[in-house]
Design a protein around this ligand. Structure first.
Ligand SMILES: *Cc1c(COP(=O)(O)O)cnc(C)c1O
Length: 397
């Protein structure tokens, strides 16, 4: 196979070429007005992004991790609470729970979508909890604390099965906070609402990251919470700004977690092309699906009928993952692993006492997943080379 130029995993340079004038204009505007923190650029972006997600509110914050932490705090999660999430996610999901003062615990994922299994969630609540006779709230036997919230992660740009998760959450009176950090514009068909709903519009609140590599990325750090709840939105506006609703009058202790005005202005410019970029990602995914289906031993991503994924990552699975990764890398094709070690087996969480075998689906998947190059500017010739590389690998082995 020919290996001319390297095929990068991500392209964060060319998308900014056609936007350069508009992006520089944002910086000039900030310099002219000295509007670096808050102000009309932040407000304007918040309005636009709430519109994009179909929510009443959007509150800009410093990062996706801030967004998760503030959403949990504002929704009422705190010390003494248990929050359930999945082992197959980025560590920011559990960091936010711990930093909100709560403890996390895990439920395993669905093997076909890699997202939280609603059955595992139900099973956890039914078989691994006792019901507090006074409050009727499930208390985790493992953590010894009441289960207050659940954080489904819309991993790789595909929403979790939200109707099913919301049903279980309703039954056990859990707060649902979506980790939508990889799912800007992803859609879920809710049979309950009989409508397509965007990621970030289904839980009590949702967290987005605008880290540069995300489907909507800033030119630095940024994040946002979306919600329909006036109270949650108001609380996050305080929490992100040292707990003050009025300058130097602090109702609670908060954080320095504001969204930078320049980043907000940049995001406002880039938001205009997110739907187009997502459409291109879907086309690239469809081409991968079509042309890779002939490769035995390779599992392409599965998109259930209720999902319109936005392919933040295009993740395939194979038993020969490490060999394929090595072969592609030798041929100038850069791939990624999201994520190689499930959270319950991370060194940082060794003290929690989970062992290999505790979350079998997450563990199996972690050994087999491979993220192929995926971005709107991925050229057809580049994609053809990735596909050729994979086909050659499988015909040679
Ligand atoms: C990127 C990401 C985050 C954290 O976002 P930051 O902006 O880097 O803080 C959280 N959860 C998931 C699933 C992510 O992919």
């Amino acid at each position: 196979m020919n290996s001319d130029a390297k095929i990068p995993f991500l392209d964060l340079v060319t998308p900014h070429h056609e936007l350069e004038e508009d992006l520089v204009a944002v910086f000039r505007q900030a310099l002219k007005t000295a509007g670096f923190i808050g102000g009309p650029m932040v407000q304007g972006f918040e309005e636009d992004f709430a519109g994009f997600c179909g929510t009443r509110h959007c509150v800009g914050v410093g990062s996706g991790t801030d967004a998760l932490r503030f959403a949990l705090l504002a929704a009422g999660v705190g010390s003494g609470d248990t929050v359930l999430t999945v082992p197959n996610t980025f560590i920011a999901t559990t960091e936010a729970v711990s930093q909100a003062g709560a403890v996390f615990d895990f439920v395993d994922i669905d093997e076909s979508t890699y997202n939280m299994s609603p059955e595992q969630l139900r099973e956890y609540l039914e078989t691994k909890c006792d019901t507090d006779p006074r409050t009727g709230i499930p208390v985790s036997r493992r953590t010894g604390r009441p289960v207050k919230a659940v954080v489904p992660v819309h991993l790789y740009g595909q929403t979790a099965d939200m109707d099913a998760i919301l049903d279980v959450a309703d039954r056990f009176r859990l707060i649902v906070v979506e980790d939508a950090c990889q799912a800007h514009g992803a859609e879920y068909f809710s049979r309950k609402r009989n409508a397509w709903c965007r990621a970030g519009s289904m839980g009590a609140a949702a967290a987005f990251s605008f880290y540069p590599g995300k489907n909507l990325g800033a030119c630095g750090e940024a994040g946002a919470v979306t919600t329909d709840d006036d109270g949650i939105a108001a609380k996050i506006r305080m929490i992100r700004d040292h707990g003050q609703a009025r300058k130097y009058h602090h109702d609670v202790e908060g954080y320095n977690g504001r969204l930078d005005a320049i980043q907000a202005g940049i995001l406002r410019v880039k938001l205009r092309s997110v739907d187009r970029g997502n459409g291109m990602r879907r086309e690239i995914a469809a081409r991968y699906n079509r042309l890779l289906s002939a490769s035995n031993g390779l599992i392409a991503p599965i998109e259930p009928s209720w999902s319109r994924a936005v392919y933040h990552l295009y993740v395939v699975r194979t038993r020969f993952r490490d060999d394929v990764l090595k072969y592609l890398s030798e041929n100038g094709i850069v791939c990624g692993l999201h994520y190689p070690v499930p959270l319950h087996l991370q060194k940082a969480y060794a003290g929690i006492g989970y062992r290999e075998g505790d979350f079998p689906v997450s563990e199996k998947v972690a050994k087999e997943i491979l993220s192929l190059p995926m971005y709107p500017t991925l050229q057809a010739e580049q994609q053809a080379r990735v596909i050729d590389g994979i086909k050659t690998f499988f015909s040679d082995h």
